[in-house]
Design a protein around this ligand. Structure first.
Ligand SMILES: [Zn+2]
Length: 403
């Protein structure tokens, strides 16, 4: 059989039932056909319905009600200001609210506009970043027919098959109807949102390879049966895991922009507050959310303001110099350390409403941007975070700058 072009493919609707645990994903499309105007050639996709409330009406724990865990909250917020920072790796205990925090964060973000009928939720008016379906639309039409979708958070479970992750060709359909069909996978669902992998250090090697490719190119390429299907897949990767249960491959480690350790709070007052709020939420989710709504709205506005400010922020000479000195002192490989450090510092400056990126912003994000990029030093058994803190103190001085 001669290979078909992607434009001859049928794109299957997403499954009628959401993935388990995916409680804030994109809404699943209904069964109706697309308006004729949106259908393009023989590539037919089903339009996701606009969504105005949380899926299945379930309340999500508000982000602003999360007690302590300041490093985790800051890192996650910085990725909303600048998603190109490149993801967050969270090490630490189970039951520290990582999954809650990510879902709460996505719910906090303003809904995204997407091309109606696009199976990948492409951004309207950006043909260069779009899938084949959207590139085929005339400009203007795509903006006209756009819909609002919540920012997706997609779980990638450890046991997931490669087909489920990258998408699958439905051969049954091919045999029955004489046409080939592509079923988008989890990478497609996570486009423009968050891909969350719990215990990322236990992820199978072949899936790690897929993630590395997609993270580097921003595109998912599926090659099967003489067909090549590609679609944009840009997401913020959030991984969590316990390093004692398995090491992360250095290439994957390097892909994460920021990393941090979370621990169960040990002081009495903090623990009491965690339990008090969780209990209040469980007893009356709607009432609890109402109580925190104003704080969540304020956070959302602050994120929006920081995003607007971000492209205007210049990096001061001193900030650049200190960032480079820090990476040199720590012996981080390549230039990704410096670049991430500067990006994170810029996001921090935007978040804080500063007018330029100063050395203090570099200092504030130093540990989270660099601690996972250090080589083992046989002469220094200290934890990576401690080594970064010491280098920061050497370079910035203990009280020299504060953001
Ligand atoms: Zn598209």
């Amino acid at each position: 059989m001669a290979p078909l072009k992607t434009s001859q493919l049928n794109i299957l609707p997403r499954p009628a039932h959401p993935e388990p645990g995916m409680d804030h994903g994109r809404p699943e499309p209904g069964g109706e056909r697309l308006p004729r105007a949106v259908a393009h050639g023989r590539l037919r996709a089903r339009a996701p319905e606009p969504q105005t409330e949380a899926p299945r009406g379930r309340a999500l724990y508000p982000f602003s009600a999360i007690v302590a865990q300041e490093a985790m909250k800051t890192a996650l917020l910085l990725t909303t200001v600048d998603p190109t920072i490149g993801g967050v790796l969270i090490f630490g205990d189970r039951g520290t609210g990582k999954s809650t925090a990510i879902r709460a964060l996505a719910a906090l973000l303003p809904p995204m506009r997407a091309v109606a009928g696009c199976p990948y939720a492409c951004e309207p008016g950006r043909p260069a970043d779009s899938c084949e379906h959207c590139r085929g639309l005339k400009s203007g039409k795509s903006i006209e027919a756009s819909i609002e979708l919540p920012v997706p958070v997609v779980d990638l479970p450890l046991g997931a098959t490669e087909d489920r992750v990258v998408g699958a060709l439905d051969l049954e359909k091919a045999l029955a109807r004489g046409e080939k069909a592509f079923q988008p996978g989890l990478l497609a669902k996570a486009h423009r949102g968050y891909l969350y992998i719990d215990e990322v250090n236990l992820l199978e090697d072949h899936l790690v390879d897929v993630l590395l490719d997609v993270a580097a190119s921003g595109e998912n390429v599926v090659e099967r049966e003489g067909l090549s299907i590609r679609h944009p897949a840009r997401f913020v990767l959030i991984g969590s895991g316990n390093p004692e249960e398995g090491e992360l491959r250095p290439q994957l480690l390097d892909r994460f922009g920021l990393s941090l350790d979370v621990v169960t709070p040990t002081d009495l007052e903090t623990r009491i507050e965690v339990i008090r709020r969780r209990d209040a939420f469980d007893r009356d989710p709607q009432g609890f959310c109402q109580q925190w709504k104003a704080k969540d709205v304020a956070l959302r506005r602050r994120i929006a303001a920081a995003r607007r400010r971000l492209p205007m922020l210049a990096v001061s000479e001193e900030a650049l110099r200190r960032a480079t000195e820090l990476c040199l002192a720590l012996g981080t490989d390549g230039l990704r350390g410096e670049l991430t450090l500067i990006r994170a510092a810029r996001a921090m400056a935007a978040w804080q409403g500063a007018s330029a990126v100063e050395a203090g912003h570099v200092k504030a994000v130093g540990v989270m941007a660099l601690q996972h990029r250090l080589r083992r030093n046989p002469l220094d058994e200290a934890r990576a975070a401690v080594r970064v803190e010491r280098a920061i103190e050497d370079i910035f001085g203990p009280e020299k700058v504060a953001p």
